[in-house]
Design a protein around this ligand. Structure first.
Ligand code: ZN
Length: 725
């Protein structure tokens, strides 16, 4: 297929036809090497005709698009009649913007598709513009509605991934049959707080594929951290659903001020061939190329080997921080990360003079003098009760106007959690913009972490830009030491607050090139493709033992680049050095942060840690950054075996991580490797000498497999795989 020729031809035909009959019946093709979407710009609503992958996968669209059908101006509901406007449309082989206009309101709508990279999925957004002089209210416009034609007997299955929010989820990676009558719903927000017995929040993405031998499928993901819903159902010969802003709790409405534009959260869509990891490798590479910050990726020391102070929790002091930095330097760590415990009070982001009498810049300078970067914890969108100058104090009338809800009588913040301000309020956004910039400048910060509930997803204020809450349907409650508001306006609140949050993060990057941004949010509660575009790495789970770290990594690494996936390694019982290595390596598949004061380690543990960190930097990190990832073992259960393989086909080398849980049964586990060349021979090196080094063909390693035997409970092995020249 030659897309460029197709497009030129299509373009000519469309405009000829429109000039003649104001309808269009010739498809437009937009896409890249991997994916092509055929679109039909019909007179009142366009249609996706098909999604086609380069491997032969084709999904036929059945229904036309649905645009918002009404608007409210000066309290009066007006029906919208969208008409295609060829003159305002823009059509290229890699991007299409089809313009529609409503004559009575003057509203303009742009239905847009773009292939940002040569490979990977295609992005889609709908923008609704209000060029008039009146304020307009519009209901929910979905990002993407789909209805694919499927054979009634075609066996299909769906893959989706839970967020690691809080404790690692029991299932995490779901792959379930999609049979007749199937109905599925997934949701994501800026702070997942899972309730017992209820479905977990998802990383907003799913894949549907043929369950049979071809594995042909397609996937959709959402690049947004606000309240998102996705749905999928199957009936007869139709597979249909929706992705976009969450309509619940509703009814949703949003304000379009004169001159303003509403944009649906951007979605990405792609066809897939091959298995889950083949699809994942394309997606992970695309996220790196399109969403990640190139300035950070260019640094060969990304992901950065980090030691963090939270092992001592709020008790961390200047003296202990310096002591940790001294040992971190000896061990080969690259960043000292000062976690919560350094500030005067919640909302009062100045050094606690009792614990840090020389200030925070002094600690940063000390780390720098020892060759380490300096990272700092904040929860910069939280207000507290400190009356000190510079503090965000709920008693201040201005600050009170920014809070998502009034504090109850006698309210006191928790140790490091207060009340969230709504960044969607312009004055609150302006304060936060100045405050994070001050923190980075004054404290000489190389990495700024934000934790907690930063981005509101519910707000009771009537004077913010978002829609007002419906007083009758408003629910206020306390959970996780935060105050929450749920009302009809919640999705609109999250829309405004998320956009403001993205502007704050982008502003930090502009002002401080090379500054790294960690998204923590109480561990794994804001893991999505929007935050992947506005931060450099995620804390993926809020439990830090080896099993939780491996489970959360196993799940999230299906869809996100492993370098972004941070495991915090906490102190854990390690009677044998094999257990110690198992603990460390459970956090060494992506971004490693050790949350232990390493001065507590024995000389033997020090030696082992230094050796593991050196190996991470020399051998594992280049693979974590660039290689393909294969889930060659089962999801970790803590008892049996699990493992992951990285393989870089360009450099013809890789590594197998093998883990053996608490069931100390003799024998080994057979890992069928992936991505090798069958006719090549490879040298296998068992780093802990659990087997003698040997050679094997790619075919043998992929078909017969590679057996790893580890007699001890809670132990591990790293096997490097290198092609013989
Ligand atoms: Zn608000």
């Amino acid at each position: 297929m030659k897309p460029a020729a197709w497009i030129c031809l299509s373009l000519g035909l469309i405009f000829t036809q429109h000039a003649a009959a104001d309808t269009a019946s010739t498809p437009i093709l937009v896409g890249n090497t991997d994916n092509q979407i055929a679109l039909l710009p019909a007179a009142s609503v366009p249609q996706v005709l098909r999604l086609a992958g380069s491997g032969g996968t084709t999904w036929q669209g059945m229904d036309a698009e649905t645009f918002v059908g009404s608007a409210t101006i000066d309290g009066v509901a007006v029906a919208l009649h969208w008409r295609f406007d060829p003159g305002a449309s823009r059509i290229r082989s890699d991007s299409v913007s089809l313009a529609y206009a409503d004559r009575s309101t003057g509203l303009r709508l742009y239905w847009e598709w773009r292939a940002t990279a040569r490979h990977g999925p295609i992005e889609h957004v709908i923008r609704i513009e209000n060029p008039g002089r009146h304020e307009v209210w519009i209901p929910l416009q979905d990002s993407f509605r789909f209805a694919w034609k499927v054979a009634a007997d075609q066996p299909l299955e769906q893959l989706w991934i839970d967020k690691g929010a809080g404790e690692a989820p029991p299932v995490g990676t779901h792959l379930v049959p999609v049979s007749e009558g199937y109905r599925w719903h997934g949701a994501s927000s800026t702070f997942a707080h899972p309730a017992a017995g209820e479905p977990r929040e998802i990383i907003p993405y799913f894949l549907v594929r043929d369950e049979g031998s071809t594995h042909r499928g397609w996937y959709v993901g959402v690049e947004f951290s606000g309240r998102i819903a996705m749905a999928l159902k199957r009936h007869g010969d139709v597979l249909e659903g929706v992705a976009g802003l969450d309509p619940e709790p509703g009814p949703f409405r949003t304000r379009l001020a004169p001159g303003a534009t509403f944009s649906t959260p951007t979605v990405f869509v792609g066809a897939s061939d091959g298995d889950v990891d083949t699809t994942g490798n394309t997606l992970r590479r695309w996220v790196r190329e399109v969403l990640n910050d190139p300035a950070i990726l260019r640094d060969p020391a990304y992901p950065t080997v980090t030691v963090n102070s939270w092992g001592s929790a709020m008790a961390i002091t200047d003296a202990q921080a310096r002591h940790m930095i001294d040992d971190a330097r000896r061990l080969g760590f690259e960043m000292f990360h000062l976690d919560a415990g350094w500030f005067r009070a919640v909302g009062d982001w100045y050094p606690d003079p009792r614990k840090f009498p020389h200030g925070i810049a002094a600690i940063s300078d000390y780390a720098h003098s020892r060759g380490l970067k300096f990272g700092l914890w904040t929860d910069w969108a939280q207000a507290g009760t400190s009356a000190q100058r510079g503090a965000l104090n709920v008693a201040d009338p201005h600050v009170r106007d920014w809070l998502t809800t009034d504090p109850p009588a006698g309210w006191q913040p928790a140790e490091f959690k207060g009340i969230t301000i709504d960044l969607g309020a312009p004055a609150a956004q302006a304060w936060a913009t100045r405050e994070v910039d001050r923190i980075v400048r004054d404290y000489h910060v190389d990495m700024l972490e934000h934790d907690g509930y930063v981005v509101a997803q519910g707000c009771a204020r009537a004077d913010h830009p978002h829609a007002p809450a419906d007083p009758a349907g408003t629910r206020r409650y306390s959970d996780d030491d935060f105050l929450w508001v749920d009302s009809s306006n919640s999705t609109d609140v999250s829309l405004h607050a998320t956009q403001a949050y993205y502007e704050i993060q982008a502003g930090l990057r502009r002002a401080h090139p090379g500054l790294m941004l960690e998204i923590c949010n109480d561990g794994g509660r804001m893991v999505d493709f929007g935050s992947a575009a506005h931060g450099d790495y995620f804390s993926i789970v809020d439990a830090y033992d080896p099993l939780s770290n491996r489970q959360a990594f196993y799940d999230a690494s299906h869809v996100l680049p492993p370098a972004m996936l941070e495991a915090y390694v906490k102190a854990w019982p390690t009677p044998h050095i094999e257990n110690f290595r198992y603990m460390l390596r459970s956090g060494m598949m992506g971004w490693l942060t050790v949350m232990i004061d390493s001065n507590s380690w024995s000389p033997q543990q020090h030696a082992a840690a230094a050796r593991e960190i050196a190996f991470y930097k020399s051998t594992l990190r280049p693979l974590i950054r660039d290689a393909d990832l294969y889930h060659v073992g089962p999801r970790p259960d803590g008892k049996g075996w699990d493992g992951l393989e990285y393989f870089d086909a360009g450099r013809d080398r890789g590594v197998l991580y093998a883990f053996h849980g608490s069931a100390a049964t003799p024998g080994g586990f057979r890992f069928n490797l992936r991505g090798l060349r069958g006719n090549r021979r490879y040298r296998l090196h068992f780093r802990d000498h659990s087997s003698p080094d040997r050679e094997a063909s790619g075919r043998e390693l992929m078909q017969a497999g590679l057996v790893v035997a580890l007699p001890m409970a809670d132990s591990s092995e790293l096997v490097t795989i290198e092609a013989l020249r």
